[in-house]
Ligand binder design. Structure first.
Ligand code: HEM
Length: 282
């Protein structure tokens, strides 16, 4: 580490730190609700699990609302500081005003296009800039800008992984919000214990925040563009000395940075991101 003060005063801390702490609270609240629901379904120890369910519902409701709000603020901040991550999280290749939010898409990173897209018009502009008409930069333009700024290289992260991990995190957030709101309503009416469907849903939702956390982390790390050209060679590890190259049929080798460390532990893309053909490491 070069500068600890720069780390703890990083402006991202004010969004991402609360988002991550709240995500932990969501996780514990849904764990408490799930275990309480299990015991309520069996009718065991009501004197313990009624109050614990109430505690879980109140904490879960507040934390879920706040995790969504901080997530949105984090998205606005990311649009300013890491536009490539946000463009990849929406699989948006071209710059557009009234940019649609792609709900689902079949993403072809080689061809730089999507097919079978289901989208909500103008919503991405609103989410990224709080304005339906705002222009949202696309991956291709950001790639060009980054090449002009940092030198030749392929700065586009694995788009499908960034896109889907973001979708899963957000879908999990809204599912938990819906469920905890409904549980709160039933609890207020005194009907929660006699609603086995909702109790079972609470029990089976225990893994959901863990999945959301993992997807949030994947999106945050994988979606960060490869900035190894910013790092002096002495700070690089592994085969990062290889040049980033755009995927092309005659030169299909791609290099991504190590997770969580821009420019560190670079590796040749493998698995689903590795284009067909041989690797030409120049
Ligand atoms: C539903 C709306 C949500 C939105 C709009 C949202 C937005 C975001 C964004 C933009 C990031 C990336 C920030 C960055 O790259 O620094 C992120 C990361 C993250 N999110 Fe969410 N999120 C939401 C829900 C959730 C939920 C429900 C959880 C878990 C219960 C969660 C847990 C996380 C975690 C653990 C990270 C990674 C933090 C890090 O490693 O820095 N998010 N979220």
């Amino acid at each position: 580490m070069v500068d600890f003060l720069a780390l703890v005063t990083n402006p991202n801390i004010f969004n991402q730190f609360p988002h991550t702490v709240l995500a932990g609270l969501v996780t514990s609240a849904f764990f408490i609700m799930g275990i309480s629901a299990y015991h309520m379904l069996r009718g065991s120890h009501p004197e313990i699990f009624r109050p614990s369910m109430r505690l879980g519902i109140i904490t879960g409701l507040l934390a879920t609302v706040l995790v969504i709000i901080t997530g949105h603020i984090s998205g606005l901040h990311m649009t300013q500081v890491q536009p490539m991550k946000i463009a990849a999280a929406n699989a948006q290749w071209e710059t557009a005003s009234y940019a649609p939010l792609n709900l689902v898409a079949w993403i072809d990173q080689q061809q730089e296009k999507n097919s079978m897209v289901l989208a909500i018009p103008a919503l991405e502009s609103f989410l990224a800039h709080n304005s339906f008409s705002a222009e949202v930069k696309g991956i291709k333009d950001i790639q060009r800008e980054m090449e002009a700024r940092f030198g030749p290289g392929y700065y586009v992260p694995p788009v499908a992984l960034t896109f889907w991990s973001f979708r899963i995190m957000v879908a999990a957030g809204f599912w938990m919000l819906f469920l905890v709101l409904y549980a709160y309503y039933l609890e207020r009416k005194g009907k929660l214990e006699s609603s086995p469907g909702v109790l079972k849903a609470l029990l089976y939702t225990i893994p959901v925040p863990y999945i959301a956390n993992t997807c949030g982390w994947i999106m945050a790390e994988v979606g960060a563009p490869a900035l190894d050209s910013l790092w002096p060679a002495a700070h690089r590890r592994g085969p990062i000395a290889m040049r980033h190259q755009r995927p092309a049929p005659d030169n299909p080798c791609r290099v991504y940075p190590g997770i969580g460390y821009p420019g560190g532990g670079g590796r040749v893309a493998s698995g689903p991101f590795r284009p067909r053909g041989t690797c030409n490491r120049t």
